[in-house]
Ligand binder design. Sequence first.
Ligand SMILES: Nc1nc2c(c(=O)[nH]1)N[C@H]1C(S)=C(S)[C@@H](COP(=O)(O)O)O[C@H]1N2
Ligand SMILES: [Mo]
Length: 406
Amino acid sequence: MKRRNFVQHTLLGGLAAALGTELVFGTNLPKNYIPLGLQDPDPFRLFQKDARMTVLNQKPWNIEAKAHLLDDKVTPNKYMFIRNNGLIPEKIDADTWTLTIDGESAKAQKTYSLAELKSKFKQHTYQLTLECGGNGRSEFDPPAKGNQWTVGAVSCAKWTGVRLRDVLADAGIKDDAVYIGYHAADQHLSRDPDKEPISRGAPMSKALQDETLLAFEMNGDPIPLAHGFPLRLVAGGWPASVSGKWINRISIRNKVHDGPKMTGTAYRVPCETVAPGAKVADEDMCIIESMPVKSLITYPRSGATIKEGKKLTIRGHAWAGELTVAKMEYSLDFGATWTTCPVEKPVNRLAWQHFTTTIGFPKKGYYEVWARATDSNGRAQPMVLPGWNPKGYLNNACHRIAIKVV
Ligand SMILES: Nc1nc2c(c(=O)[nH]1)N[C@H]1C(S)=C(S)[C@@H](COP(=O)(O)O)O[C@H]1N2
Ligand SMILES: [Mo]
């Protein structure tokens, strides 16, 4: 029998998509050979991102949107930020992909194929806000190490999958369960197979919510490779690091999950406010849970000009972690006075909300429009940087755009 390199159809399809054309003779590709056309990869083509997205890091890939690119109510792939801690898995075969449920507090270890997950459990679709805990990091002073996200590490796509709750119940949850932890197929940057780049999770109360999904579709299509194909955990309203991509195992734990990036300064902040630059003892650090209230003006883009006497329409989104946004306001005078503007209800729990209003300007000149959301507990966004923390998380300061009236 003639020996041939066995290259999976999904892989060839992926390469063809990345190359933007058919890979003729692709079945002859030597094992582990990366076509020249992909060796200096154009991330925009590779991940089908808009060319106006900002690449913050190539190894691993970290790419963010600009505020005005996030104008859609449902974020399309081309404007969705990518945040990777390690290397995207190279050979993914959805047909043989499995998810294993295990852990000290699982009644039984159980393994499901994707087809089983899809057929055995009821499917649900929710629009879910995913914001990186480090979104806004670039503004911290003293600076915090890590990707210097500005405002674009947030998305709100439509996710379809099965409820994590239903799958965990099928495996059986012991009474002492406190946390779930995910394990995924991405590689550590060192390529050491014994190291995981990230393995985070959530308390059982979050794991068991209706909207916490094991998702296989994003915006009605299979999840794009960079966003977790073929299976991802989606836990809206919490730091997006909880939403594990490329997951193949979920452990039900009898203690707080202790995988990489669950401890130390990773996704943890001082439980009480500290002075900028302070050293904080490990026991005084708390894991970030629900994200704070925040908003983004997505139209017009900062720097827009408008003719004197004309009114300006602004619009954008606001979100508040596990809460809802109760009030939206804008200021034209650097926060001295605020005007309330209408904000829509979310399409479902944990989806961002939209605001729009029309603004008149008193005379020619330079202005800034500042937007401020208040959550259903009455907490408003701070006008400037909130509490300093070692890794620069949770910057929910008011978003601002510059406007010139000419
Ligand atoms: N397996 C895995 N899951 C992951 C990550 C990762 O590096 N590996 N990054 C996390 C972080 S920190 C964020 S902010 C989100 C980003 O999701 P996105 O790239 O789909 O926007 O994925 C999370 N899930
Ligand atoms: Mo993140």
